[in-house]
Design a protein around this ligand. Sequence first.
Ligand code: S3P
Length: 445
Amino acid sequence: MNQAVPASPLTARRSGALTGRVRVPGDKSISLRSLILGALAVGETRITGMLEGEDAISTANAMKALGAFVERTGERAWRVRGVGVGGFAEPSAALDFGNSGTGCRLAMGAVAGCPIKVTFDGDASLRTRPMRRILDPLEKMGARTLEIREGGRLPVVMQGARDPMPIEYEAPVPSAQLKSAVLLAGLAAPGATTVIEKEATRDHTEKMLRHFGASLRVTHIGEHGRRITLEGQPELEAAPVVVPADPSSAAFPLVAALIVPGSEVVLEGVMLNPLRTGLYTTLREMGASIKMVEQRNEGGEDVADLRIRAGALKGVDVPAERAPIMIDEYPILAIAASFAEGVTRMRGLKELRVKESDRLEGTAAMLRANGVEVEIEGDDLIVNGKGRAAGGGVVATHMDHRIAMSALVMGLGSERDVSVDDAAFIATSFPGFIELMRGLGGDFS
Ligand code: S3P
């Protein structure tokens, strides 16, 4: 755990028009859930289009250590044979989730309903992230936290519940990871487990639970909220999973195509789940040309090919209510805002402080290092776009894949080169990013 991997610096420079048709890797949220639910189901789950990034690999290894059979059968094709709800075995060593907050937190939920003792750990980035928000409801359901580092940080030793209890839980923060952890723990509890969210977050866990045979009721509360009730102790049955292209990964070539003059790019089969597409709404408000063609349904999700053309962008006000449906996209939106004309104010970004790094500070520092006017006011990020970025900066990525990719995209359109101190973490969510961007005409060295 936490081995020192040598940093791998990289530089992006102003490129000619980006052109071509590409497919970004499979969705991270769906890939990780297919491994975890596959491990809890009876029978063999076949996954196609799987994200073969480090976050998925560490989650797959954790599922194996808990007793599931997990095997790669071909390119992006995996199979998982599960142990049944409540059937995880006690692993002989700590589970190392590397950089993956989602893998770790969802696995905590799944383990909480099994009478086993498990140590959860991760890399230096994951060790800075808050775990109390997950453990609080899991303790109410009967799990015990035997050890935890100061500040509610990993490593955590958890004793899962022998007789898990269902709860009704109102999430204090909008977090799909928190909601998912409670629902996964609720699988092993008798009766109904309910999560109430004031602002709806991505619903992949709910959709996949249903796909595996669980019974869920979802009702809307007001304009943005939801109440989700799961009937406990279902027979989860293996079911095939087709993973669509990740809209959060598509965001990087998409914004690159918008800001590099003359570009025209097609991104194939991108998932359009409405709880993930806030970035597309925002970019269109900024004047971006994004056409959705060949709309279809793949594996239970709407997908489309996105046709993107470079063009002028203008600053906009992004409402706080939109944050949960574009939470991972603010660093790359801030790049688009730098190349826009006028002020973009992104409101309500408190949760960005607890991502793979403090993304509010990291995004502001990335822009500042490259000559863009930026301010943080409370939880808002304000970018004063001038239609261009000077570049010339070296960006500290703080083990954060999305900061690294955002900075490199910036370099493709900036007047001077943009470098990152470490591009290695890109492999957590977007293996092959540099090769894909080079294929479109991006210049990196
Ligand atoms: C995820 C939820 C989000 C997101 C993360 C993936 C998920 O985190 O940032 O990349 O798959 O459930 P939070 O639940 O902490 O907002």
